[in-house]
Design a protein. Structure first.
Length: 165
């Protein structure tokens, strides 16, 4: 996909709604060659998906070995809205707590007192984290109104061909 095509998909209103959600599913290939798919909090900075994890997370050796990832962000209602993104994960080890981690977890409902306790807890637990940064190299929005999964699009095309024959 060309960058302008990716940008067009990601700038659609439904895509922007999905990019404002809390959780994506991160798919990657584990070191043993088997697939993994894990839910993880994220934030969209306008050009990249940023996720944060512990420095000892099991996914990190796999991502270092094979940085190719796929992300799914979707809704739980019918018809679903689904944003599919592919890219390469860049790993950035940081001291302390990345601001994105605080930001992405700030959307959960907490009282001000709970927020203070939560921040104190994470700052005492983590001496650093790893930012997993994904710049999209491919994107598809499926909204079941204007876009469909490619296999369903093919079925619609075949049906139209049969009906016009």
């Amino acid at each position: 996909m060309q960058q302008h095509e990716i940008t067009e998909v990601l700038n659609r209103p439904f895509s922007q709604e999905l990019l404002a959600r809390d959780v994506t599913r991160l798919a990657y290939v584990a070191k043993d060659g088997t697939p993994r798919n894990v839910p993880i909090a994220f934030t969209w900075n306008g050009t990249q998906i940023v996720m944060c994890t512990t420095k000892n997370a099991p996914k990190l050796p796999s991502l270092r070995h094979n940085p190719a990832v796929a992300l799914t962000i979707d809704t739980e209602v019918h018809p679903p809205k689904i944003l599919l993104i592919r890219g390469l994960a860049e790993l950035d080890v940081v001291d302390g707590i990345p601001e994105e981690y605080v930001q992405m977890n700030g959307s959960y409902q907490m009282t001000p007192e709970q927020r203070i306790e939560w921040e104190a807890e994470i700052r005492s637990l983590y001496d650093g984290m790893v930012r997993i940064v994904v710049t999209p190299t491919w994107a598809k929005l499926i909204d079941f109104e204007t876009t469909l999964p490619s296999a369903v699009e093919e079925l619609v095309r075949r049906r139209a061909e049969r009906q016009s024959a």
